[in-house]
Write a protein that binds this ligand. Sequence first.
Ligand SMILES: C[S@@+](CC[C@H](N)C(=O)[O-])C[C@H]1O[C@@H](n2cnc3c(N)ncnc32)[C@H](O)[C@@H]1O
Length: 265
Amino acid sequence: MDGKTHSLNKEARELWDAKASFWDENMGDGNLFQNTLVDPATERLLEVKPGESILEVACGNGVMSRRLAALGANVVATDFSENFLERAKARDTENIKYRLVDATDESELLALGDTGSFDSAVCNMALMDMAAIEPLTRALAKLLEPNGRFVFSVPHPCFNSNATTMLAEMDDDDGELSTKYSVKISGYLDVPPGKGAGMPGEPNPHYYFHRPLHELLGACFEAGFVMDAVEEPSLGEESRDGGSPLSWRNLTNIPPVIVARMRLI
Ligand SMILES: C[S@@+](CC[C@H](N)C(=O)[O-])C[C@H]1O[C@@H](n2cnc3c(N)ncnc32)[C@H](O)[C@@H]1O
């Protein structure tokens, strides 16, 4: 990692540590995105079997780890924020193991186990928070068993990044006035790291490291994975609630999230 990436990563950790309690109180055992978009697709793609050993990278308050443990998996949950790990432990009633690991540090990751220690790995809504992802994909290629799965979810890089603007416009269809909701994309191939909020009302913004699909998936392909399943879930009509018009709730035809399954070959 070069010096600039290293200092961004250090600042990123401080920013996450600072909002762990806010995040935990608002995420709890799952918010709308987690329960509707992230969790169902992740579980479908992971195809968890009882007794499997699963590594969660960047577990946050442990919401996914608890679900996987409840499905019978042996889970090792990792994050680089001590405050997040404390929050996760405080909510845990399963037998989850917790480790403080910076996912941008390949040697810290490799210290988690021998070659082939895990059946699968999951990383929900966090790759875009990492200053570098190649150390993680390289380490996973060693930590997972042959044919092992790596499932990740991220805000959809095509539609949901720090170069996205949400729009609500008045349309006139043959005299019938209606509101049209859309997103405007002002950048995709090269969007520099920038700060933004993960949830409304957060105490401090954190860094987003946007990667176009060829970079995101390319880091996995380079490490020896192939992609063998993908979902692009969106919020359903039932999520429209009359709140802010500028919300993913009103963009039911555009996926805010992409969930991919990588498999070692
Ligand atoms: C948006 S939260 C997602 C948390 C959880 N996976 C979820 O879906 O609720 C991002 C998490 O990534 C963690 N994180 C960011 N960069 C990391 C890194 N380099 N290594 C480990 N964890 C990291 C943060 O501490 C935070 O817990």
